[in-house]
Ligand binder design. Structure first.
Ligand SMILES: Cc1cc2nc3c(=O)[nH]c(=O)nc-3n(C[C@H](O)[C@H](O)[C@H](O)COP(=O)(O)OP(=O)(O)OC[C@H]3O[C@@H](n4cnc5c(N)ncnc54)[C@H](O)[C@@H]3O)c2cc1C
Length: 330
């Protein structure tokens, strides 16, 4: 029988994240099509307390890296090196990672380290020689049939490709400490701090209303008009990539393929043209209102409502009307 399927599991506060649990479910299905090979997990960071519970997700052994030099800080090179060396030591048949930002980054480093190809955002696998895959491209706008070959197959699993498969009462996963050796160069790129959002602010992912701003807003200062409307509606401000590239707003507010995917009840797209890379981030909104001077702008093809006009006139008028109806005057 061939080696195990090794899964990189992201976790925080003693819980595996959802996309990692989906990846374990995917691994369980793949393991049975490979003739019942074992599924093993790699947890980096204090995870020994979480490890046994992964048995309910099909994990036979959870390998835990607790060495503070690696586990205490997210360093993609070091984490990728750890994944590659464990995969080699275990003779893994396949290495899987969740299709999250971090999962994709760690897997890419592991693949480079191993000198092997990897496939991102996989939806399904038919093992054979080579493996035949279906995977998402262009943030899910296209599906691609591809093949993957090599002595060890590396792939990330597209978020929500399969549901979580938890089977209570399964045997607990065994815990094995793993101490990879990493060099100073592997730790050269690492996260040095986290910035918490301001207390009381509504997060983009939870907001029921998102007021999105693009190049048409014109300047960092003019975002005060969007903030005012977002505050009145209890919502959050989101932006296009042009806005973050111009340094008008932080990347944490970017919506799209290389930003956040949002699903508010209402997305108000102001001065945003509607490039496909932006739309993939907001297409799950229940309703889209576009405010744009250009009636031919591509955003119109996905908008439920539109105001053709200058956002600097339209937004203050909407805010003033909301305040008037609430009885607060201008
Ligand atoms: C690999 C890759 C990944 C990308 N990822 C992302 C991503 O995650 N998110 C993202 O947003 N983009 C992303 N992009 C960039 C994307 O292709 C577009 O360039 C970008 O979304 C355009 O931003 P915009 O709509 O703000 O600007 P523009 O396309 O320049 O549109 C500006 C709009 O404002 C309107 N306008 C101008 N003045 C006014 C006014 N006064 N009032 C009302 N309307 C006005 C114009 O009519 C126009 O429609 C990515 C690109 C690539 C290649």
């Amino acid at each position: 029988m061939s080696g195990p399927i090794l899964v990189f599991v992201e976790h925080a506060s003693g819980e595996a994240d959802r996309v990692s649990l989906e990846t374990l479910a995917f691994a369980r299905g793949l393991a049975s099509s490979l003739g019942g090979v074992a599924v093993e997990a790699l947890l980096i960071g204090p995870g020994a307390e979480l490890g046994p519970s992964l048995g309910a997700h099909g994990v036979a052994t959870a390998h835990v890296v607790e060495d503070a030099a690696i586990a205490g800080v997210y360093a993609p090179g070091a984490w990728g090196a750890a994944l590659a060396s464990l995969a080699t030591a275990r003779g893994a048949a396949a290495v899987l990672a969740p299709g999250s930002d971090r999962g994709a980054e760690v897997l890419a480093h592991a693949a480079a380290r191993l000198g092997l190809p990897s496939a991102a955002n996989v939806l399904s696998v038919i093992p054979g020689d080579p493996w035949r895959l279906t995977r998402q491209r262009w943030a899910g706008s296209l599906l691609e049939d591809a093949t993957l070959d090599g002595p060890m197959r590396l792939l990330s699993v597209a978020p929500h490709a399969v549901p979580v498969d938890e089977r209570p009462g399964s045997p607990a996963a065994a815990i094995a400490q793993f101490s990879p050796s990493v060099s100073a160069a592997d730790l050269a790129v690492r996260v040095t701090g986290h910035e918490a959002p301001a207390a009381g602010s509504v997060s983009l992912s939870d907001a029921k209303v998102v007021v999105g701003g693009g190049r048409g807003v014109g300047s960092a200062a003019a975002f005060s008009e969007l903030e005012e409307l977002a505050d009145l509606l209890g919502g959050a401000v989101g932006v296009s990539r042009v806005v973050t590239s111009n340094g008008w707003r932080p990347h944490t507010q970017q919506v799209g393929q290389t930003g956040q995917r949002i699903a508010p009840d209402l997305y108000i797209a102001c001065g945003i043209s509607g490039a496909i890379q932006h739309i993939v981030g907001c297409k799950a909104a229940k309703r889209i209102l576009a405010i744009n001077t250009d009636p031919e702008s591509p955003i119109m093809s996905v908008a439920d409502f539109a105001v053709i006009g200058d956002l600097h006139a339209v937004l203050p008028a909407i805010s003033a009307e909301i305040r008037r109806r609430r009885g607060h005057g201008q």
